[in-house]
Write a protein that binds this ligand. Structure first.
Ligand code: ZN
Length: 297
């Protein structure tokens, strides 16, 4: 539940919002064939795929980073009480994420930075919460770091022109209230955050998606956002999710990231994988394999 990983001097904790077999493979990974899935059954089932239902497991989690005096939340899940009609698994959640953050050493008022890999609704939800009859910043003393190109895309209303608007109402209830209170910084690849995190280009899944790399004492971790929704995309890098906006760019980003992960040995910290939720990419027989990570507590 509150799994932790030590990366050099940096402590990383996983905060679990929810997980379950919720997604039809044809919907989540439309590029994937049933034959490809069946060929990976030995390691995919049951943590990432439940064959009896033919549903892919999808988790929503937040990552918490302790680096010196800095307390950073990476991606903020779906959030509590957010009206998401038409998506039963997300609609008006009521979870204890704030209590779990506190248990992991991050009371809301002590968080110094919130960083979003992209602005899709399942990555920005806890940016705000319902308080005093309005959507209020959940972390009142934090700066919020949002990818500039996603922010501009949505401010120009281009999200509403897409066949599937994955930003949705979250822009109104989880992003704009922060902008209204001048709590945001717009980030681009190359920027550094909190002295421990470098912003990298991960566009394709969304126009401005970024990844965050942590380096400490020769070790690395990479918060990849939705470059990977499911570990099948490690074995078959050309499989996009149904939510990827720019198909070719998403594949190009995924291939470059896989090469980097295999080379660097960085701990991969995605948002949506099933148990154990994080891992490594290993090169094998001309391709790549996913190696699940064991947490340290
Ligand atoms: Zn997502």
């Amino acid at each position: 539940m509150l799994d932790t990983y030590q990366v050099g001097d940096v402590r990383i904790t996983r905060i679990h919002e929810y997980s379950g077999p919720t997604h039809d493979p044809k919907f989540l990974l439309p590029d994937m064939t049933p034959e490809q899935l069946a060929a990976q059954r030995d390691w995919m089932a049951p943590d990432h795929w439940v064959p009896a239902m033919n549903k892919l497991v999808l988790t929503v989690q937040l990552w918490l980073v302790h680096a010196g005096d800095q307390i950073i939340v990476v991606d903020t899940g779906v959030g509590n009480g957010k009206p998401r009609e038409g998506m039963a698994r997300m609609n008006r959640l009521n979870t204890l994420v704030l209590e779990w953050l506190e248990a992991a050493g991050a009371p809301a008022d002590k968080v110094t930075h919130v960083v979003n890999t992209h602005l899709h609704m399942d990555h920005v939800g806890w940016n705000t919460r319902w308080l005093d009859n309005r959507w209020t910043p959940t972390f009142p003393n934090a700066r919020y770091y949002l990818p500039k190109d996603d922010f501009l895309f949505c401010m120009e209303g281009k999200n509403h022109e897409q066949p599937l608007d994955v930003f949705g109402a979250a822009i109104e209830d989880s992003v704009k209230p922060l902008a209204d209170q001048a709590m945001i910084e717009l980030i681009s690849p190359g920027d550094e955050i909190a002295g421990c995190m470098v912003v990298e280009d991960a566009s394709g899944h969304s126009p401005g998606q970024v990844a965050f790399r942590v380096h400490s004492r020769g070790e690395q971790a990479l918060f990849c956002g939705d470059v990977f929704h499911n570990p099948m995309q490690i074995v078959y890098p050309d499989i996009n999710s149904g939510y990827c906006i720019w198909a070719d760019k998403a594949r190009q980003t995924r291939r470059a990231m896989l090469e980097d992960l295999a080379q660097s040995g960085a701990l991969l910290l995605p948002v949506h994988f099933g148990q154990p939720y994080a891992g490594y990419v290993r090169r094998e027989q001309g391709g790549y394999q996913f190696e699940a990570a064991g947490s340290q507590s």
